[in-house]
Design a protein around this ligand. Structure first.
Ligand SMILES: [Zn+2]
Length: 333
């Protein structure tokens, strides 16, 4: 198939997809908009949104990074086929510039390219070949697409696994699903305990934690020694400080959220603690994250989630459910 003009692209997409639904600032504030699709270039493709997800983690909700798509049509020169499911990197980096090679893909100049049309979220999306080559992670259709709305939090967890070698006694502090995924990523020999201050996480044993509770000290005892890795997923500066306090000499502390370290951490110096901030994702963790999601699909399927239609999503800053999946049917706004 050879689609050199927007008109031909329209024909190929068919009557059911003769317009792209743009959701505007947030799905709850959606507006229907008919747009002329740009030409689908060689190696480019057209996608249909299946679903997207949002997690309650006390941080801003980024629906674009949780979106899962289905390939609608492709150009001749493509390794993808219609019907294939994919996750799209919302801002794919080049992978070869100094920033990318230093592991700081968010500083890649190319990650600011316009690689998809229209906008950040729509029912139909035309993807530029540049993004097809760098920002597509195929996902299997044997697993529900909603599970891959967790790809970014899983990639963040897999980054901890990749960058920290010593993890015999792991202490994880957090309230959201991200804390569970850290347990799933670090699963293996050794002991893992979860401090869940809100007490809102269930079934933590299937995510690799032998112990869980709402307080720091009991979990520290459950590890039968001082933790050699502390991962603070979310929480206040006080929690981070308490976690650093509970750690042993030479421990690595990974902070996955924007907790201000301030100047209260004199213990970092005294305990020779390594404090690492790992908020973003690294491209090399995306495929391992996809694979881990497939491996633990049954466990993830058991996690309660709230499923809503796009028009019922109000772009809330605070989520009632730990995990919200927004179905992709065209909103009737
Ligand atoms: Zn780059």
């Amino acid at each position: 198939m050879d689609m050199q003009s927007s008109e031909q692209a329209w024909i190929t997409l068919g009557a059911a997809l003769d317009h792209a639904v743009s959701w505007g600032a947030a799905p709850g504030q959606c507006h229907l908009e008919t747009v002329t699709l740009p030409p689908v270039l060689d190696e480019g493709m057209v996608l249909r949104l299946l679903c997207t997800g949002a997690l309650r983690e006390g941080q801003s909700v980024d629906l674009a990074s949780g979106a899962v798509w289905e390939v609608s049509s492709v150009q001749e020169k493509s390794k993808y086929v219609p019907g294939q499911r994919v996750w799209l990197h919302p801002a794919p980096p080049c992978g070869i510039c100094p920033a990318c090679l230093a592991g700081c893909a968010v500083s890649c100049r190319d990650s600011h390219r316009q690689t998809a049309f229209p906008g950040w979220m729509s029912s139909v999306r035309v993807l530029h070949p540049w993004a097809v080559r760098r920002g597509v992670v195929p996902v299997p259709s044997t697993v529900g697409p909603d599970l891959f709305t967790l790809l970014v939090p899983m990639a963040r967890a897999m980054r901890v696994r990749r960058t920290i070698s010593r993890r015999d006694r792991v202490l994880v502090v957090g309230n959201g699903i991200q804390a569970l995924l850290v347990g799933a990523a670090l699963d293996g020999p050794g002991r893992r305990a979860l401090v869940n201050p809100n007490g809102d996480l269930q079934n933590v044993g299937s995510f690799g934690f032998q112990h869980s509770g709402t307080g720091l000290e009991p979990m520290r005892e459950a590890l039968q020694g001082e933790p050699d890795l502390v991962v603070v997923v979310d929480g206040s500066a006080d929690l981070l400080e308490a976690a650093v306090h509970s750690a042993g000499l030479g421990t690595t502390v990974v902070a996955m959220s924007s907790v201000p370290a301030g100047d209260r951490f004199s213990q970092l110096w005294e305990k020779q603690t390594t404090l690492m901030f790992q908020r973003g994702i690294a491209p090399e963790d995306l495929v391992p994250a996809r694979n881990r999601i497939v491996e633990i699909a049954r466990t993830l399927d058991a996690v309660p989630r709230s499923v809503v239609a796009p028009e019922l999503w109000e772009g809330r800053e605070t989520l009632e459910a730990l995990w919200t999946v927004i179905e992709s049917c065209a909103p009737s706004c």
